[in-house]
Each structure stands twice: as structure tokens, then as C-alpha cells.
Design a protein around this ligand. Structure first.
Ligand SMILES: [Zn+2]
Length: 71
């Protein structure tokens, strides 16, 4: 695996997650040995979900333009 930032070598690393929950949780992630960029599989998943959610919101907005003048 190559770093998205600097194309450097990435190695598996143990990451501790203290933001997602009150209980610290260890997980496997990727860390770039060149620039220190960390790729967290859970964060990547969240970003994908957020992008999908934002896309759905935009679709919903454009699908209901007629309701604005009803009230
Ligand atoms: Zn890097």
C-alpha cells in the first residue's frame, strides 16, 4: 500500500480510537513511514457514508422545488 499524500511506504500499525466512543478501542490501521500519514479504516468508512448521505440530501433538495411556494 502506498501513501495517498506522498506515495511513501505504508505499514500496518495499531491505532487507538478515543474519539468514537468513551471506551478506548484498538484497531489496525495504516501508517506512512515517510510523512506519518495515518489511514484509519473506520474513518475511511465514515467518510464514504458522509459522502453518500450528502449526495442523498442534494438529490432530495432538487427533487422538491415546487413545495417552496405552497405556504
Ligand atoms: Zn506519506
Amino acid at each position: 500500500m502506498e501513501c495517498a499524500r506522498c506515495d511513501g511506504l505504508m505499514v500496518t500499525d495499531s491505532l487507538i480510537d478515543i474519539q468514537e466512543s468513551s471506551i478506548p478501542m484498538w484497531m489496525k490501521g495504516w501508517r506512512c513511514v515517510s510523512c506519518g500519514n495515518i489511514v484509519d479504516p473506520l474513518i475511511q468508512q465514515h467518510r464514504m457514508i458522509q459522502r453518500a448521505g450528502a449526495g442523498r440530501l442534494l438529490e432530495t433538495e432538487s427533487a422538491k422545488p415546487r413545495l417552496r411556494h405552497v405556504a
